[in-house]
Write a new protein. Structure first.
Length: 367
């Protein structure tokens, strides 16, 4: 299968299926000397693991990560880092009835058309459990970024048609909300909305916003390797994401040049900055030193327990009622996945950009 490897310098290859023995990732391009432990990676995996709230799948998995290579005496060695999580709660029989049926909204049909064969147990590689490898690798990227004073924060801004009030949001509220919303009043309304969807055997989608603070100006490339293009590709590669916008995004289409441009200024520290941030921290494909702001729209979980029309693999019309253990909404568990893909993209572009200026190369290598 092509397409399971990502990145230019900080490269990852994810592997495994939802109902296989396990899942994992190989990370190549991590510098030597980074202090790294399983516990540090685990705290990120715990944010996406199932069964933590009533709004996630009841499948119980510990998702305990094991470092198989690339770390010695608590530090990275500069060689590939292999990470693995064993599956412990597979119920593959829940999927036996759909082996010959195409589930609406899933990748069953497209997998068959591409490969002529598919793993119908939980979706195989198209399962949400595929993101375990992304989050584990993203934990490494975030630790490197932290050493450079760069912070990555994501949270849910909308579920269904319920939106947060920016004036009531705090980062502390994210951990208090079972839906990872920074506005607790909006979180309560969203919980009521989800209860209704669950009673009606339905599901919901939402929007995640991610803010990156501390990225210096000049990260990214001006043509095909634009930072915003790379972020869009990375986040769009997450299952169920149907749209990504940077800064004002689609609202910029309704603006004018005068209202959309961010005026430059000199801030209180004497550095060049901007009075506003409609651009979302990226100009000409490169970071401008402001906060980088992106949003991702997630579709509703396609596995709903209501009867749906579909066809068999032979083209015969049938009705199907999905069984198994499924999230009524995946958005809260996807927050850390968006953080991971964003962090890895920023780090990878920073590594790529280290060859952009001769004076800095000479300064680094001169003895």
């Amino acid at each position: 299968m092509a397409g399971s490897t990502w990145g230019e310098v900080f490269r990852i290859s994810t592997w495994g299926e939802s109902h296989g023995k396990g899942l994992g990732v190989v990370v190549d391009g991590c510098p030597a000397g980074l202090a790294l432990s399983e516990e540090e990676i685990q705290k990120y995996l715990d944010k996406r693991k199932p069964g933590e709230t009533r709004y996630s799948t009841p499948r119980k998995e510990g998702d305990k990560v094991e470092i198989l290579s690339g770390v010695f005496e608590g530090k990275t060695t500069g060689t590939p880092i292999s990470l693995m999580v064993f599956n412990t709660s597979q119920k593959s029989k829940d999927y036996s009835e759909i082996a010959k049926i195409y589930r609406p909204g899933h990748a069953d049909y497209t997998f068959d058309q591409k490969y002529g064969f598919r793993d119908y147990r939980g979706g195989g590689r198209s399962s949400g459990r595929e993101t375990i490898g992304r989050v584990a690798a993203g934990a490494i990227a975030m630790k490197i970024l932290e050493q450079m004073g760069i912070e990555v924060h994501a949270y849910v801004t909308q579920i269904g048609d319920i939106q947060i009030d920016p004036g009531k949001m705090t980062y502390e509220n994210i951990e208090k909300s079972p839906l990872r919303m920074p506005d607790l009043e909006a979180s309560e309304r969203a919980e009521e909305f989800l209860e209704k969807q669950m009673q009606e055997k339905n599901s919901a989608g939402g929007i995640i916003e991610c803010v990156v603070k501390g990225v210096p100006a000049g990260v990214g490339e001006p043509v095909f390797g634009k930072l915003d293009a790379a972020l869009a590709q990375a986040v769009m590669s997450i299952g169920a994401v149907k749209g990504v916008e940077i800064g004002d995004g689609f609202q910029a289409a309704a603006a004018t040049g005068k209202t959309n441009n961010d005026a430059f200024c000199v801030n209180e520290n004497g550095a060049i900055g901007k009075e506003t941030n409609h651009a979302g921290g990226i100009l000409g494909g490169m970071s401008d030193g402001s906060d980088i702001v992106l949003r991702a729209a997630f579709k509703p979980t396609p596995s709903v327990f209501s009867e749906q029309k579909t066809v068999t693999t032979e083209g015969e019309p049938v009705s199907v009622e999905i069984k198994g253990r499924h999230d009524p909404i995946i958005v809260p568990r996807a927050v850390v996945v968006v953080e991971a893909m964003t962090a890895m993209t920023i780090l990878d572009k920073m590594f790529v950009g280290m060859t952009s200026r001769l004076d800095r190369i000479v300064e680094f290598y001169r003895r």
